[in-house]
Design a protein around this ligand. Structure first.
Ligand code: ATP
Length: 423
């Protein structure tokens, strides 16, 4: 983990937030390469689950919603964790995460556990009295229920269909840590997949299974090895207040097996709480409250899992074996020597041409070997070198990150060559 955190900082993936002011408890900022990796994950997800499916649409809702949303959804009452405080050192812990009855830090006596609501409070407008209290959303999901009628009325969707959203969520977590694994501010990619009220258990289980398979297909897309993924069937007494069934998908992070994503059957719980009348009508059929299955993905935990899986130390190099579509830079372009203007000009032309189509890096420092290793460390799949032969044969040397093999490619075919490899 330390090596990944350090690489992320040195190479501009992820920095401690507000670092020059001493940081802010477990807040992290995505740097120039991190934002590319994170955006690539989000874009790929959108393409897989929204763009290429005719039963899915997207929304992008406000982060601060009417507080009545959280009353209706049950979050104001139920969205809490049991908090215990040590009477001696005053450190605080989540009671359900403790394995012994004493303080893990100083072995002091622990006070009685009390429920601590995880929602982030704020105030709307200039006065900060109780009447103006509002909350930053603790999940993106509620907007899919609250906007359900508007989505329906403005589209021609028929059940079953899904509403997707990518966006920030906020939780005043009691315990933080493990880098970007658990933070107070994070991003989610969520889908509420609505279907007609089931006649029997099989009806919803079938859709649940379809989404379960989709989750595994996504793990494959991210390059996560199947043996690093584990399913945890959440016990009935531990289910969230809205769920009839939940599977947590866990990943073998370096700090242990922990939740990466979730899949829940939320029934008609949310729509029933938000709408006094059944919100879905189809001609000739009585209006109904659709049920829904919710697959949910943490963006930051996706970034972390992808980095952990891709990180490899080989005899002479550190390499991030990222799936090519996720790599921050798809290729790097080098002139063999930086003091030969004819090479630099030709390389610059190639670089600027490719830049119009994809993210590409430029490097002219040091020798070629060092440049290769620098690109390996940030996961760039291909390095393109312009040498003296290029000036004669209009071809470049393309070196593959994973196999380290090199081949000559005509400049005219370069963009097609890369595009073929990157999808
Ligand atoms: P945990 O048990 O780890 O607290 P959760 O079960 O409360 O997570 P969900 O409410 O199911 O999490 O949230 C959906 C997804 O959002 C999680 O699977 C995870 O990927 C992500 N997520 C939840 N809380 C955080 C957090 N504090 N920091 C980063 N990602 C988070």
């Amino acid at each position: 983990m330390e090596k990944i955190v350090s690489l992320c900082k040195c190479r501009g993936f992820i920095f401690p937030g507000s670092e020059i002011y001493g940081g802010l408890s477990n807040s992290w900022d995505y740097g120039p390469l991190g934002v590319e990796l994170k955006n690539n994950i989000k874009q790929w997800w959108w393409k897989k689950f929204v763009q290429t499916r005719s039963d899915m649409v997207g929304i992008d809702a406000a982060l601060i919603m009417n507080p009545k949303v959280w009353e209706a959804s049950g979050h104001l009452k139920e969205f809490s964790d049991p908090l215990v405080e040590c009477k001696k050192c005053h450190h605080r812990f989540r009671a359900d995460e403790l394995t012994e009855k004493k303080c893990p830090d100083c072995k002091g006596e622990l006070a009685e556990a009390k429920q601590f609501n995880l929602m982030f409070k704020t105030f709307i407008g200039p006065s900060d009295d109780g009447e103006n209290v509002a909350y930053f959303r603790p999940e993106t999901a509620q907007a899919m229920f609250v906007d359900f009628k508007n989505v329906l009325d403005s589209s021609r969707l028929k059940l079953p269909f899904g509403i997707a959203q990518i966006g920030k969520a906020f939780r005043n977590e009691i315990t933080l840590g493990n880098f970007i694994f658990r933070t107070r501010e994070f991003e989610q990619m969520e889908i509420e997949y609505f279907f007609a009220p089931p006649d029997n258990e099989h009806d919803w289980q079938r859709i649940f299974e379809e989404w379960r398979a989709q989750m595994h297909s996504w793990f494959k897309d991210l390059g996560l090895a199947p043996e690093h993924i584990h399913e945890l069937e959440v016990a009935p007494e531990k289910l969230a207040h809205y769920s009839k069934r939940t599977i947590d998908f866990e990943y073998d992070f370096p700090f242990g097996k922990s939740e990466l994503y979730g899949l829940a059957y939320r029934t008609d719980f949310d729509l029933k709480n938000h709408y006094s009348e059944p919100p879905y009508r189809e001609e000739g059929i009585a209006a109904v409250y659709p049920h829904c299955i919710e697959p949910t993905w943490g963006v930051d935990r996706s970034v972390l899992a992808v980095l952990c899986e891709a990180y490899a130390e080989e005899s002479e190099r550190v390499v991030l074996k990222l799936p090519a579509p996720l790599a921050p830079y798809k290729a790097a372009v080098f002139p063999l020597l930086k003091n030969k203007p004819e090479l630099v000009v030709r390389a610059r032309e190639i670089f600027e041409g490719l830049q119009k189509e994809m993210m590409v890096a430029w490097d002219e420092r040091g020798n070629i070997g060092k440049r290769y290793f620098a690109q390996d460390e940030i996961g760039t799949p291909y390095c393109i070198t312009v040498d003296f032969e290029t000036l004669q044969d209009n071809a470049v040397t393309v070196r593959d990150r994973d196999t380290m093999t090199q081949e000559r490619i005509q400049i005219a075919n370069l963009s097609e060559f890369l595009r073929d490899k990157l999808v």
